[in-house]
Design a protein around this ligand. Structure first.
Ligand SMILES: Nc1ncnc2c1ncn2[C@@H]1O[C@H](COP(=O)(O)OP(=O)(O)OP(=O)(O)O)[C@@H](O)[C@H]1O
Length: 250
């Protein structure tokens, strides 16, 4: 079996007397989608924060691509290839899909940001940006400002940015949130393909998407992983059914 690209071991985080993640271990292997599920307040966002560098763990380690990144900050992790999807709507709404993607290509190439240069003419940025947009089916929407894209298109643009940045693994926090059924279907198909070039660790509440997409699922309850397994294994796990799925379907 291929070595995991991301490995989390014994992560712990407490706020005052509240232990939010408690000895959490999981990994992400090449070619897979690993979904993290759990009830509200289980500690999923805190765990993602520890993996991406916005929350420092009290104990435990995070290694990525063969390196211990536990004490690295968010930017250092991103530069090492640990991608996290951005909320496009909150950054540069008037920039086109192409401009966003060109900026990501520029960041990958390590060239400095130059507002006053006619970057639109710079083929070394434009060509890879257009390829990334085509990869997510947005090449026909390249000149549309991000603010005018539909919610589903913005989600796909977020994926294009990760591709343009050359991320080696992708962490997604609720990618299906706010998507209609058509948008969810499209994004599910896109992520299903994408896993082969960029493995994905995702937190997701949409169980249809989780069970359709995930190769493995980890279930977090009160800060602890109570089960990790294939969708079939998780579906039939008594502890999971009691602790989470039963509750969710009630
Ligand atoms: N910075 C903080 N200070 C204090 N308590 C926190 C902090 N961050 C999170 N918590 C608490 O930790 C618990 C887990 O929160 P977290 O957001 O990680 O859960 P979650 O599984 O992502 O929940 P949801 O599914 O609702 O997003 C909650 O009780 C929350 O109030």
């Amino acid at each position: 079996m291929a070595e995991p690209i991301l490995r989390v071991a014994g992560l712990r985080k407490s706020y005052g007397g509240l232990t939010v993640t408690d000895d959490v271990s999981l990994d992400l292997r090449p070619g897979e989608i690993h979904a993290l599920i759990g009830p509200n307040g289980a500690g999923k966002s805190t765990l993602i924060g520890q993996i991406c560098g916005s929350v420092m763990p009290d104990a435990g380690s995070v290694s990525f691509d063969g390196r211990d990144i536990t004490r690295w900050n968010t930017a250092e992790r991103a530069r090492a290839g640990l991608g996290r999807t951005f909320q496009i709507s909150t950054i540069l709404p008037e920039f086109t899909a192409l401009a966003h993607t060109m900026l990501a290509v520029q960041a990958r190439q390590g060239t400095s940001f130059r507002f006053f240069r006619p970057t639109a003419l710079d083929r070394s940025l434009r060509d890879p940006a257009m390829q990334a947009l085509a990869r997510v089916g947005l090449d026909g929407r390249a000149e549309i400002p991000a603010a005018s894209l539909s919610h589903g298109e913005r989600r796909r643009l977020e994926v294009a940015l990760v591709l343009a940045l050359g991320s080696k693994a992708l962490v997604m926090d609720e990618p299906m949130a706010g998507m209609g059924s058509e948008g969810s279907r499209e994004l599910t198909a896109l992520l299903s393909q994408l896993r082969h070039e960029t493995p994905i660790l995702m937190v997701e509440h949409d169980m249809d998407a989780v069970f359709a997409l995930a190769d493995r699922i980890s279930v977090l309850v009160y800060g602890r992983i109570v089960a990790t397994g294939t969708p079939d294994e998780i579906r039939s796990d008594r502890l999971v059914r009691e602790a989470y799925l039963g509750e969710a379907s009630a």
